[in-house]
Design a protein around this ligand. Structure first.
Ligand code: ADP
Ligand code: ZN
Length: 424
């Protein structure tokens, strides 16, 4: 669809959606009234910026049903966030909302080369987390043969992957890396499995990690993005170009704002992603602030899709650590580790000792380097520490630990332990 036609469709949906929310969600009506904006002021998608923002704090305040815009009896499902950054929030769906979400996931599967001839192994967690049911529904919509594995039980994952000849794998990137490692440990080579592609998301991962997973599984690895508040995964996904994720703009209007001032930024500038659900019925959030930091581009994509593309989230604003006054994203450390030949299995510990911040990075020695002498290990720790210092501008203490001693993740990896929060 040409860009103008998308805008026209968004206008039509937004005008209706604002009226729907104003009439049925008293909490948002109050916010609009306070801002002095009424549904009549929203005549086109260009008026989006007049609406008040919503954030996770609003969802916590209105928990559980304060955002409900339809009778509860019209809802058919509840899902919840993973609670990565605090108390979980919930989302509710009508059947129409579920269909819309699954349609978005189906697009992601097709964009990664999936069809009814594929065997899609879904090992995102099933249950309240949106990863499992989202990709599961998308796979059904495509007509692929769906393996609802959920996460965990890696032996069984591998058995079914090989016996049933799974061709596509859907899970978090950290679990994909773990499955790759487990296949190798069992003596499989990358070309021994039948997988051709993987659709990985729900947590930040670097380009270096993508290459690592692609190598270990012998596949092409695609990124997928979403959040419970907008439905779940599938809000945006990579196409064959793998140069940013196309946002499903017919369902979600997107803005990038300055996180400090709330001002809408021009295309190409880095800022916080804000989504407006244009046609969800039960939980239709308008101008929801994601706290994910991104850049948008409307440059023509060679794949032919006209939907705007978002960069990989450069990090959640609340993932960022401030260590000795320096901004540090865990992804920067991941990049260095992989470039230095280590696996993306690590733990970052931050603490405060004598009023000064400390940064400890725990990394596993690859099995083939485990036989090193103590002095050999110390010099490797120093080398890695130097590379991290060059990237961040502050010195870490690197601890090389024996293989398989850092806990593997089957869902979203927890890699940062900030002990300063425990003291405050
Ligand atoms: P929680 O906010 O508790 O983690 P969700 O399970 O809804 O709850 O996760 C949504 C968040 O996960 C997004 O806001 C984003 O920070 C992160 N996320 C999802 N997909 C990706 C991705 N492909 N790359 C980086 N981060 C992602
Ligand atoms: Zn494209």
């Amino acid at each position: 669809m040409p860009h103008d036609a998308i805008r026209a469709l968004q206008t039509e949906k937004l005008v209706k959606q604002v009226r729907h929310v104003y009439d049925h969600v008293p909490y948002y009506r109050d916010l609009m009234d306070k801002k002095g904006v009424s549904p009549d002021d929203i005549k086109s998608i260009d008026d989006l910026c007049k609406l008040p923002f919503l954030s996770k704090a609003d969802l916590r305040e209105t928990y559980p049903y304060g955002m409900l815009a339809v009778p509860l009896s019209d809802c058919v499902r509840i899902q919840s966030t993973s609670g990565t950054t605090g108390k979980r929030v919930i989302a509710y769906y009508t059947q129409h909302d579920i269909d819309l979400w699954e349609e978005c996931c189906a697009r992601a599967i097709v964009a990664a080369g999936g069809s009814r001839d594929d065997v899609v192994q879904v090992c995102y967690g099933y249950g309240l987390f949106t990863g499992g049911s989202g990709l599961h529904g998308g796979s059904h919509k495509v007509g692929s043969l769906t393996l609802p594995m959920s996460s965990g039980n890696t032996d069984r994952q591998i058995q079914f992957m090989m016996d049933l000849k799974a061709t596509m794998l859907c899970c978090t990137p950290s679990y994909a890396a773990y499955i790759g490692e487990s296949l190798r440990d069992r003596g499989y080579k990358p070309e021994d499995n039948y997988l051709k592609a993987g659709i990985f998301g729900a947590e930040p991962w670097t380009e270096e990690m993508r290459r690592d997973i692609e190598k270990s599984l012998g596949i092409k690895a695609y990124d997928i993005y979403g959040l419970t508040e907008t439905s779940g995964p599938g809000v945006a996904f990579e196409c064959s170009e793998q140069h940013g994720m196309h946002i499903n703009e017919d369902h979600f209007a997107v803005e990038v704002i300055d996180p400090d001032t709330g001002e809408v930024l021009p295309e190409g500038e880095k800022g916080e992603l804000v989504f407006t659900s244009l046609d969800k019925e039960a939980f239709p959030l308008l101008r929801y602030r994601t706290r994910d930091i991104c850049v948008l581009t409307r440059e023509k994509c060679p794949c032919g899709r006209t939907h705007v593309r978002m960069s990989k989230p450069l990090g959640r604003s609340d993932d960022m650590l401030i260590i000795r006054g320096v901004n540090v994203f865990p992804s920067q450390i991941e990049t260095v580790l992989i470039n230095e030949g280590y696996a993306p299995v690590y733990r970052i510990e931050v603490d405060r000792v004598n009023n000064s911040d400390t940064l400890d990075v725990f990394v596993e020695l690859p099995p083939d380097r485990f036989t090193d002498t103590v002095s050999g290990i110390i010099s490797k720790e120093k080398k890695l520490g130097g590379a991290i210092r060059t990237m961040l501008g502050i010195s870490p203490i690197v601890h090389l630990v024996p293989p398989k001693t850092i806990e593997r993740s089957e869902g979203k990896a927890v890699r940062v332990i900030d002990k300063r929060k425990l003291h405050d």
